[in-house]
Design a protein around this ligand. Structure first.
Ligand code: ZN
Length: 87
């Protein structure tokens, strides 16, 4: 949780991160989804897949190998099972 918040703060800024944190009521899954939505508003959960054009895209934050680099947003399509970096 602390690591995720640190990454979110670096990307969103302290104020915005705090707002999301409060609004999601300390629910980690919802928190990450909200952070993703703020960072990638063009590709929210249920977004359109650029490959098969179905609205089955989910975006997840994954920890990169080196903790220093924080997290990367990975988009995945449940229909065609493609994944790509949502940066
Ligand atoms: Zn697809």
């Amino acid at each position: 949780m602390d690591e995720a918040r640190r990454t979110a703060k670096a990307k969103l800024g302290n104020e915005k991160e705090h707002q999301v944190f409060i609004e999601t009521g300390f629910n980690m899954d919802e928190y990450i989804e909200r952070v993703c939505n703020v960072l990638h508003p063009h590709q929210p959960a249920g977004g359109k897949c650029p490959h098969c054009h179905k609205h089955t895209v989910t975006v997840n934050l994954v920890q990169t190998r080196s903790g220093d680099e924080g997290m990367t947003a990975i988009a995945a399509c449940e229909s065609c099972e493609r994944t790509w970096t949502a940066n």
